[in-house]
Design a protein around this ligand. Structure first.
Ligand code: CP
Length: 307
């Protein structure tokens, strides 16, 4: 079953194949399934980029999208995640994208659901398609991961993006360092990475990746005001001037302008923030292709029905 639940589900070769497929889609090469296929996007947490770019990707691939909104579904009557997904499988959905606030929500589905599950983000856990689109953006810029230094800066502790990117970048040969508030640096989240003070990290890295402060995950503990966070840990206009000439700025977005990054830097020459969003469509096309490619002659859902 071609689930995509965490980035560590993918070998380096599988990652590189997805990046190649994404490049093909960017170059307008076509892949479409040879029969009607249905997908459903279940977003139990808010999303703009992931949800909308999955929908664009699905339409580009000619997939039929089953509209699903949690607040008009039987979820509001108390139906469980498992029963919801099993229902969609039973009525013929071929793949499902899920974002959920519960970390590792997929543990209760794997082994019992016979269609591919693509994780669109689970709590503070993982966000594999964000990591893949970040890798694609870095590869576009530098052509390689080996020897690059990537600084991930900000709310490491609550970031599924930090966890997924640390895993993939290190396996592909990059050096990953973290910066931001030291009490938000969590060695459990990001193994094999060191901490660097922000000014050093910004001045010496090829990729400066900023993370949003995840207020919804830890509430305001009163530690920072917007101004003093930006001054102490944000990418200020002054810090940007010390970046290497060839380095780039990334952020998974949504961006808190003038907190993690100065407003005027969001669309500056070094910024790849909107390029990341564009790349999200190609990556999600590649991930859907991987999920839906026929294995052993039958699509998984068709195979189940023939039993
Ligand atoms: N980067 C990202 O996951 O954005 P959304 O929450 O808008 O999907």
């Amino acid at each position: 079953m071609n689930h995509l639940l965490t980035s560590s589900d993918l070998s380096c070769n599988e990652i590189l194949t997805i990046l190649e497929d994404a490049k093909d889609f960017q170059d307008r090469k076509e892949w479409k399934p040879d029969r009607q296929m249905f997908v459903a996007n279940l977003f139990f947490e808010p999303s703009t980029r992931t949800k909308c770019s999955f929908e664009v990707a699905e339409r580009k691939l000619g997939l039929s999208i089953i509209p699903f909104e949690t607040n008009t579904s039987s979820v509001v009557k108390g139906e469980t995640l498992y029963d919801t997904v099993k229902t969609l499988e039973s009525i013929g959905v071929n793949a499902i994208v899920i974002r959920h606030e519960k970390e590792s929500y997929y543990d209760e589905l794997v082994g019992k659901i016979n269609i591919p599950i693509i994780n669109g983000g689970d709590g503070c856990g993982h966000h594999p398609t964000q990591s893949l689109l970040d890798l694609f953006t870095i590869q576009q810029q530098f052509g390689t991961f080996k020897g690059l230094k990537v600084a991930i800066i900000g709310d490491i502790k609550h970031s599924r993006v930090a966890r997924s990117n640390a895993d993939t970048l290190i396996r592909l040969g990059a050096e990953v360092v973290f910066s931001g508030p030291e009490n938000w640096f969590d060695k459990e989240v990001v193994k094999d990475c060191s901490y660097e003070p922000i000014d050093h990290a910004v001045a010496t890295s090829d990729v400066v990746m900023l993370l949003r402060i995840q207020h919804e995950r830890h509430g305001d503990d009163g530690t920072f005001t917007v101004e003093n966070y930006h001054h102490k840990y944000g990418l200020t206009v002054e810090r940007e001037k010390n970046m290497k000439p060839t380095s780039i700025i990334m952020h998974p977005a949504p961006v808190n302008r003038n907190v993690e990054i100065a407003d005027e830097l969001v669309e500056c020459e070094k910024s790849r923030i909107f390029k990341q969003m564009e790349n999200g469509v190609y990556i999600r096309m590649a991930v859907l292709k991987r999920a839906l490619e026929i294995k052993g002659g039958w699509l998984q859902n068709d195979h189940q029905k023939r039993k």
